[in-house]
Design a protein around this ligand. Structure first.
Ligand code: 1HA
Length: 271
């Protein structure tokens, strides 16, 4: 793929596009791609760009180099109530990013080489698909470093791999290799490191062949149960979008604008 660099305004990430795919790369390899508040703000901006670019159908989230996908919050800037930005404000803004990855109406693939640890592990979890290199290592460290993610990090992990295994991962703080992650259902496939991007792009391209609306509605359907009322809202938003696309929906608007009574009689009731 001929990746175009479209993220020249960013410091902590790289942002590329090619052939319907957007690739967001956490670019802090000196700290195993740990994130600070600015890193998260930049990922959120790129993700928003990918959402509104109608040429983009799939997003890849990854980390620079082959040592790490992401090692979680940068402990060097951890303050007393969150991770500190340059202005001194403390943030837990990765939680907003998790929600945005889940509600992005396009598939998001985590492309994982090396460590996916702590808050960096939850980030791969909330992606729709995870492609792991053979050197990938997964785990949570919260109880070791005085942290925890009791949101999607707990509940979504439990729904993915079952509560027993999820509690083991959090209570024991062990690391798991790519094969163990595959056996647990934590990742979709494991490939040799040299193939990681080729394989990830080929999964993306396969999805790009398929109906965007099917993928969009399925993604919100998969999230709806766990997300409760907010999940139903998203799923229902898709129903509204589709209804606006129909003649029946448009008859209501046209009648209003033409100041006449709407005539819905020509629209058949489906069984
Ligand atoms: O739990 C949350 C949240 C919960 C709710 C709401 C928001 C949350 C936001 C964040 C988080 C968290 O992410 S808590 C968990 C934080 N992360 C960790 O505890 C992982 C810490 N790192 C490691 O365990 C290891 O570095 C590693 C398994 C990822 C890699 O080990 P390795 O290959 O032996 O490398 P290592 O020598 O340890 O690291 C290389 C360099 O990167 C070191 O710096 P140097 O000594 O060269 O100066 C190391 O300090 C640095 N580094 C790695 N990870 C981090 C880091 N520096 C800061 N923060 C890190 N997370």
């Amino acid at each position: 793929l001929e990746w175009q660099n479209v993220g020249t305004q960013y410091d902590d990430i790289l942002y590329h596009k090619a052939e319907g795919i957007a690739k967001i790369t956490i670019n802090r390899p000196e700290v195993r791609n740990a994130f600070r508040p600015k890193t998260i703000m930049e990922i959120r901006q790129a993700l928003s760009d990918a959402r509104f670019d109608d040429q983009i159908g799939v997003v890849i989230l990854t980390g620079q180099g082959d040592m790490a996908f992401c090692s979680g919050g940068d402990q060097r800037v951890r303050g007393n109530s969150g991770y500190q930005d340059d202005g001194g404000t403390h943030h837990l803004n990765v939680l907003d990013l998790q929600k945005e990855i889940r509600s992005l109406p396009k598939p998001v693939i985590a492309m994982v080489a090396g460590y996916s640890i702590g808050g960096g592990h939850v980030l791969h979890l909330v992606c729709d698909i995870t492609i792991a290199a053979e050197n990938a290592r997964f785990g949570q460290t919260g109880p070791k470093v005085g942290s925890f993610d009791g949101g999607f990090g707990a509940s979504y992990m439990a729904s993915l791999i079952g509560p027993k295994k999820a509690k083991e991962i959090w209570f024991m703080c062990r690391q798991y290799d790519a094969r163990q992650a595959l056996d647990m259902g934590l990742v979709n496939t494991v490939v040799p490191l040299e193939q990681l991007e080729i394989e990830t792009v080929s999964w993306a391209k396969e999805m790009l062949q398929h109906s965007p609306i099917s993928l969009r509605v399925l993604k919100s359907a998969f999230n709806a149960g766990l997300d409760g009322q907010a999940g139903i809202q998203e799923l229902a938003g898709n129903a509204t979008m589709l209804f606006y696309m129909t003649e029946e929906g448009q008859e209501g608007k046209n009648a209003y604008l033409e100041k006449r009574k709407p005539d819905f009689s020509k629209f058949k009731r489906q069984p």
